[in-house]
Design a protein around this ligand. Sequence first.
Ligand SMILES: NC(=O)C1=CN([C@@H]2O[C@H](COP(=O)(O)OP(=O)(O)OC[C@H]3O[C@@H](n4cnc5c(N)ncnc54)[C@H](O)[C@@H]3O)[C@@H](O)[C@H]2O)C=CC1
Ligand SMILES: O=C(O)/C=C/C=C(\O)C(=O)O
Length: 487
Amino acid sequence: MNEFRHFINGEYVASLNGKTFENRSPVDNSLIGLVHEAGREEVDAAVRSAKRALRGPWGKYTQAQRIALLNKVADRINERFDEFLAAECRDTGKPRSLASHIDIPRGAANFKAFSETLANHPTESFRLDTPDGKGAMNVGHRTPKGVIAVISPWNLPLLLMTWKVGPALACGNTVVVKPSEETPATTTLLGEVMNECGVPAGVFNVVHGFGPDSAGEFLTTHPLVDAITFTGETRTGEIIMKAAACGLRNVSLECGGKNPGIVFADADLEKAVEGTMRSAFANCGQVCLGTERVYVERPVYDRFLARMKEEVAKLKLGRPEDAAANFGPLVSLEHREKVAYYYNLAREEGATVEIGGGIPDMGDAQLNQGAWIEPTIWTGLPDTARVVNEEIFGPCCHIRPFDSEDEVIALANNTNYGLAAAIWTENTSRAVRVAEQIEAGIVWVNSWFLRDLRTAFGGAKQSGIGREGGVHGLEFYTELKNICIKL
Ligand SMILES: NC(=O)C1=CN([C@@H]2O[C@H](COP(=O)(O)OP(=O)(O)OC[C@H]3O[C@@H](n4cnc5c(N)ncnc54)[C@H](O)[C@@H]3O)[C@@H](O)[C@H]2O)C=CC1
Ligand SMILES: O=C(O)/C=C/C=C(\O)C(=O)O
C-alpha cells in the first residue's frame, strides 16, 4: 500500500496524530494509497523548517547558484519522467498522452523558465538632484519574501504546483506546499528529487491534508508564513485572502473562470473547431482556462455546431494507459456529483442536449465505479441560466449564436469572472479590437493554452488577484527595497 507522507526538513514524516485518509483512483475507485493528514504540529514544523532554511546555506546562495540547482531539479524530473507520469495519471486518471505532453514537461520547464527571466532582469536606478549639487543614487534591490505557502489544486497537479515553486525558489524563498487532497503523489515525489539534487533541507516542504480545519487552513493562518500563493476556486480564494489579511501578508490568487470562446464567421472553421474542442474537453474540461461558453456568429453557427458534435462523438473514453483513449474521468466521484448536478440543472433550465448529458456505461463493472461523465454540448439556454454563468469545471459547453461584434463583446463580459477568452477570426484588426475589450487576464486569438512562460498570467474580476509569470512573478516573490545613496 502506498503511503504519502509529509516532506519536512528534507525527510518524509508521518503525522503525529496518526490520521490518514484514502486516495482513490478516479478511473475505477480502487484504493491508490493512504495520505497522512497534517495536524497543526506538522504544519508548524514545516513552516519553522522553511524559516530556518532561509537563514542556513540557502540564504547565502547566489542567484546563479540557485538557478543552477533549479536547472538540475528540472533535469532530474525529466530523468524520472516515467515515474512522475505514472503518479500523475494514477491520481487524476488523465490520459498518458495528455500528461506526457503537458503536465510533466511543464512541471520540469517551470523550474527553468523563470531562471532566465531572473538572470536577465535589470535593477532599477534613479539619480536624484539635491540642493548641494552632489546628488543621490537610488538603487532597487530585491530580496526574497521569506516563507511562501503554496496551495495547489488537483487539475494539473505538478504543473500548477511547480509554476509557483519554481519562481519562489529562484527568487531565494523557501516553500511549504499543500497539494490538493485529491492528488498528493507528484508533489510528494518531488521531495525525493529535491534531495537527490542537493537542495538544502527545509527549502522545499510538503504537508498533506484538506482545506478547512486541516492543513490548508493551518498553513494559511500560520503567522510565520510571509506570503501565500493559491490556485483553485474563487470562494476558497476569498477565505485565503481573509487569512492573509491577518499579519498583512501578500497573496497571489489564480481562481475560477467561465471563459468565453468567440467564433466569427470569417474564422478558419476547422481551426476553431479543433481549438474549441481542446478548450472545452481537454483534461475532461478541468482547466480553469477552459471554454464553457461558446458564441458563434450566426452564418456559421449550424456548421460549427454540427462539426463540434461530430468531434465530440469521436472522443474515446478510456484508462490512462489506453493509447487510443483521449478522454479520462473527472478527478473524483465527489466532483462528478457536482458536474452531474449541472447536467441535470441544464435540462431543468431548458437546454437542448445536443450530445452527451449523462454518465456513460463504460461496459466494464470495474470502470463503472469510476468518475466518468459524458462530454456534453448544450444549446438554447437563456443568458441568465446558472449553467451559463457558474463555473462547472467539467467537459461541457453551451453554444449560442450571435449577430454583431458589440453583442458578443457584451455577452462575453457578462460574467463575474475574467480569466481567459479565445477569439477565432482571420481578421487581425477585429481580433485586436475585440481582444482589447474583453475583460480577462488572458486572451488567445486563433489558439488556446498557447503558453509563453515569460508572459503575465492571472485573472481579472473574480478570477484572481495579481499576475505571475516572467517578470510579474518577481513582483510577488520578492520584496523590492530602494537603497538611497547620498553622494
Ligand atoms: N484551477 C482552478 O481554477 C480550479 C478550480 N476548481 C474549482 O473548485 C471546485 C472545488 O474544487 P476544490 O478542489 O475543492 O477546490 P478548492 O479551491 O477548494 O481547492 C484548491 C486547494 O485549496 C485547498 N483549500 C480548500 N479550502 C481551503 C481553506 N479554507 N484554506 C486553505 N486551503 C484550502 C484545497 O485543499 C486544495 O489544495 C471545483 O469543482 C472547480 O470548480 C478546482 C480546482 C482548480
Ligand atoms: O500555468 C499554466 O499554463 C496553466 C494554468 C492552468 C490553470 O491555472 C488551471 O487550470 O487551474
